[in-house]
Design a protein around this ligand. Structure first.
Ligand code: PMP
Length: 344
């Protein structure tokens, strides 16, 4: 845990060393002890602070980056925010190529953090020169002294978590962890954390969380890319329609798929039961725990660590909006209704 009596030089000193918080009410009927690694305690409110800081510092060590240089990435999500934050402190220019699907809120947030944001058309193929992938690549090629983070295909994304998340969890559980449950997007978090933990104890079971509509679980089982698995889904940051090079499929024992609807309800339940206001994928990871408990995965005495990647404040217009939930039809099957507006 962070020592709050300490004075820090800048926000980057607060990256990592996030708390492990015991879950109580939401797991009261489950077998085992459950602990959440709450990544919203990072200064940029997500686990991506670790990835951004680690990759940038590795580039500095190799002499690839010097102050005034440029860091480029293709994301409007947590990684973009973290790169922008690191860039401010370290004096880099940050360029983010994002899809026109990104919400204006997100784009404003990145610009507030000093990033130069290129909004690229969403509905063009990835190899179209206007796509955000191609725009990022072109800027990288044209700008000397620039790096392209490319988190989905960057092995350093795995190393970031091997270097920090894994050792922290090992220490925090005093080596007693039996299961790791974590979402898989780029796969960096789960792969790096699992690699470290399994080096300490190969019996630790590692379970990834994937979305219905993503190819990851099927690829893990068959090592084949099955296009039929792909369809639109709502959870952001979880699963993928491609096979990320930053996922070590051999180190993950199993995957569980979760639905948009159940994950949304579970995210809201986490806030109500544990006072943990977390992102949509935290709800997804907790939903996976529920399914795993139901299938008898855990026994008494097990110590299960689940990673909650980010904070709930980024989802106010989605999971935490009653209107959004209603528009998705997510209240219907639960027979749950939004609280009526009360006029005073
Ligand atoms: N949850 C959220 C909210 C994310 O932004 C991400 C990153 N895409 C993940 C989970 C998954 O983490 P990773 O990319 O390390 O697999």
């Amino acid at each position: 845990m962070k020592n709050t009596n300490q004075v820090f030089d800048n926000v980057l000193d607060l990256v990592g060393n996030t708390p492990l918080i015991k879950l109580n009410r939401i797991v009261s009927n489950f077998k085992g002890d459950f602990y959440a690694k709450v990544e919203s305690f990072n200064p940029g409110h997500s686990s991506k602070d670790r990835t951004a800081l680690y990759i940038i510092e590795q580039a500095e060590k190799k002499g690839i980056l010097k102050p005034g240089d440029t860091i480029i990435e293709t994301t409007s999500g947590n990684t973009g925010f973290s790169i922008a934050m690191v860039s401010i402190i370290k004096g880099y220019e940050c360029i983010l190529a994002v899809s026109s699907k990104s919400s204006p809120d997100k784009i404003d947030m990145l610009r507030t953090m000093g990033a130069k944001v290129y909004v690229c058309p969403a509905h063009v193929p990835a190899d179209d020169p206007r796509s955000y992938y191609e725009v990022a690549k072109r800027i990288h090629k044209e700008k000397p002294g620039s790096i392209y983070i490319n988190q989905y295909f960057n092995e350093l994304n795995i190393d970031a978590h091997y270097d920090s998340t894994g050792p922290e969890i090992w220490k925090q559980t005093e080596g007693k962890i039996t299961h790791l449950v974590a979402c898989s997007g780029t796969g960096g978090t789960i792969s790096g954390t699992a690699r470290y933990l399994k080096e300490q104890n190969p019996n630790i079971k590692v379970i990834g969380v994937d979305a219905f509509g993503s190819v990851i679980k099927k690829y893990h089982e068959t090592r084949e890319f099955d296009e039929k698995e792909i369809y639109p889904y709502r959870i952001e940051g979880l699963g993928k329609n491609l096979i990320p090079g930053a996922t070590d499929f051999d180190i993950i024992d199993d995957f569980v798929k979760v639905t948009d609807e159940e994950s949304a309800h579970t995210a809201r339940e986490l806030a109500r039961t544990e006072g943990l206001f977390s992102g949509y994928t935290s709800g997804a990871a907790m939903q996976a725990i529920k399914q795993l408990d139901e299938r008898g995965e855990f026994k008494k005495g097990d110590k299960i660590v689940v990673i909650f990647p980010d904070h709930g404040s980024r989802y106010m217009s989605k999971v935490y909006s009653d209107k959004w939930m209603q528009d998705q039809g997510f209240f219907d099957s639960k027979n749950e209704v939004a609280v009526e507006n009360i006029q005073y």
